[in-house]
Design a protein around this ligand. Structure first.
Ligand code: PMT
Length: 404
C-alpha cells in the first residue's frame, strides 16, 4: 500500500463517523500521501479543524468565503492540486448534493471543479442508506465513474445494527491505493498489444413468430465496456453483439447478430484469437419451430416447445487452437458455487461471477464481480462497469502473460 507523493484531498462531511477521519489522516500520512483537508461546516461540529490541521500538517479549509485563500482563487488551485478526492465520511446529504451537481460550499465546489478521481466512503444510519433517494443518488454517482467504498455493516453509532457504517481507515487507504495507483491500472500501457480479442455482448433474441421473441434483460453495457478496455490496452478487438441500442465503440470491429445460432457462427468465423471473453447473455433455449405468420390468440393456452442452443463458450474452450477463454456467470443465488462449477464444466481459464437478482447487473451502469481461476479469486467491488472492465482486462492480461 503505497501513496508516496500522492496528493490526496480529504473531504469530511458532517456525521458522527467524522471522528474516524483523524485516524484516516494518520494512515494516509503513513502511506506517504500529501494531504489537504476540507471540511463542511457541519463536520466541524464533530471534530475540530485544529485537530485535523495538527494531524495533516497543513491548514484545513472550511469556507468558500475565506478571503485570505480565495484572493488567488484558492478553491480552483486546490481542485487542480489533487490527484484524488476522498470524502470520508460521505453523508447522505453530501451524496445528494454531489448527485445534484451542487456547489454551495467549498467541498462540493471542489468536487465539481476537479478532474481528479472522486471516491466516497458513505456513512449514515441504515434506514437513510436504504432509502430510495439515497439508493438513486448512489446510482447516479456510480454512473459518473465515482467510486463508493462501502459502507460496511454492523453496530452503528445510533445504536442500530445494519448497513451504513463507514469502512475502517486502514481499509479505506488500501482501497484508495488500489483505485489510484498507476501499477494497478495499467490499461494505457498496451498490456494487450498485439493480441486479438473476441468478445460477445448483449442478449440474443430467439424468434417465436415474425413479431415475438424470447430474450433477456442484457443491455450489452458490460460487454461493450470490456471491449473498450481491451482496445485501450492495445488489443485488436472483435465485438460480436446481440441486439442493443449502444453505439459501436470506436476502433473496434462490431459484428451484429440476433440469435444464438448467429452468434455462434460469427464467433467461429472470428477464430482463431488470443483471448475470448463471453459476456453475452446467450439464450439457453430457442423455440423448436418459428411460426411463419403471427400466432393468433385463439386458444386459452399456448405451449411452446424449446430446444437447447449450443454453448458457444464451451465450444470455444474445446477448440484445438484454443484462446485464453473467459466466461461470465450470471447467478441469482450461490454465486461462487455455481460460478466455480461453470468454470470447471466449461473448461474455462477464468470466470467473472456477478449476482443478477433484485435488479442488479442487468441494464445497470454499475456492477460487482468476483473473478475466479484455478484456486484463486479476486473481488472487484461495486463500481461503474467501465472501471470493472478495466480491472478485469488487467487481470486477464496478467494471467495471459504468466501463462505465455
Ligand atoms: O449486458 P448488461 O446489461 O451490462 O449485463 C451484463 C451481464 C449481467 C449480462 C453480464 O455481466 C453477464 O453476466 N453475462 C453472462 C450472462 C449469462 O448468460 O450467464 P450464464 O451464467 O447463463 O452463462 C455462462 C457463460 O456461458 C457466459 O459467459 C455466456 O456468455 C456463455 N454461454 C451461455 C449459454 C450459451 N448458449 N452459450 C454461451 O456461450
Amino acid at each position: 500500500m503505497n501513496l508516496t507523493h500522492k496528493k490526496i484531498l480529504l473531504g469530511i462531511a458532517g456525521g458522527i463517523a467524522a471522528y474516524k477521519a483523524c485516524e484516516l489522516v494518520r494512515r494516509l500520512r503513513d502511506a506517504g500521501a500529501d494531504i489537504r483537508v476540507v471540511m463542511t461546516e457541519n463536520a466541524t461540529r464533530f471534530v475540530t479543524p485544529l485537530t485535523l490541521q495538527a494531524l495533516s500538517g497543513n491548514p484545513v479549509r472550511v469556507s468558500l468565503w475565506d478571503e485570505e485563500h480565495e484572493a488567488a482563487m484558492g478553491h480552483i488551485e486546490l481542485a487542480r492540486w489533487a490527484d484524488a478526492i476522498l470524502i470520508a465520511p460521505a453523508s447522505a446529504d453530501m451524496m445528494a448534493r454531489l448527485a445534484a451537481g451542487m456547489a454551495d460550499d467549498l467541498l462540493s465546489t471542489l468536487c465539481l471543479a476537479s478532474e481528479a478521481p472522486l471516491l466516497l466512503a458513505p456513512a449514515m444510519n441504515r434506514v437513510m442508506w436504504a432509502h430510495p433517494a439515497t439508493r438513486a443518488n448512489a446510482q447516479i454517482l456510480l454512473s459518473r465513474g465515482i467510486q463508493l467504498f462501502g459502507p460496511g455493516s454492523g453496530a452503528q453509532a445510533c445504536g442500530e445494527l445494519g448497513e451504513g457504517r463507514m469502512l475502517e481507515p486502514l481499509e479505506l487507504v488500501q482501497r484508495l491505493a488500489v483505485a489510484i495507483s498507476p501499477p494497478s491500472n495499467p490499461i494505457g500501457d498496451a498490456a494487450l498489444f498485439g493480441k486479438r480479442v473476441v468478445i460477445t455482448a448483449g442478449a440474443t433474441r430467439e424468434a417465436i413468430d415474425p413479431v415475438r421473441f424470447i430474450s433477456n434483460r442484457s443491455s450489452g453495457r458490460m460487454g461493450y465496456a470490456v471491449a473498450e478496455a481491451a482496445r485501450d490496452a492495445g488489443a485488436e478487438v472483435v465485438l460480436i453483439s446481440g441486439v442493443t441500442s449502444l453505439p459501436a465503440p470506436q476502433d473496434v470491429t462490431r459484428i451484429e447478430v440476433e440469435t444464438a445460432l448467429h452468434m455462434r457462427e460469427a464467433v467461429m468465423q472470428a477464430m482463431p484469437c488470443d483471448i475470448f471473453i463471453g459476456t453475452a447473455a446467450v439464450a439457453d433455449y430457442r423455440p423448436t419451430e418459428t411460426a411463419l405468420q403471427k400466432i393468433k390468440k385463439n386458444a386459452d393456452t399456448l405451449t411452446l416447445e424449446l430446444v437447447k442452443n449450443p454453448d458457444i463458450l464451451s465450444e470455444v474452450a474445446a477448440l484445438a487452437l484454443r484462446p485464453f477463454t473467459v466466461g461470465f456467470a450470471a447467478e441469482t443465488e450461490h454465486l461462487l458455487d455455481h460460478a466455480r462449477a461453470k468454470l470447471q464444466r466449461k473448461k474455462l481459464d477464468m470466470i467473472a461471477a456477478n449476482l443478477v437478482s433484485e435488479g442488479r447487473a442487468f441494464d445497470q451502469a454499475d456492477n460487482a464481480l468476483t473473478i475466479l481461476w484455478g484456486d484463486s479469486q479476486i473481488e472487484l467491488p461495486q463500481a461503474d462497469k467501465r472501471l470493472l472492465a478495466q480491472q478485469l482486462i488487467q487481470i486477464i492480461a496478467q494471467r495471459v502473460t504468466q501463462r505465455a
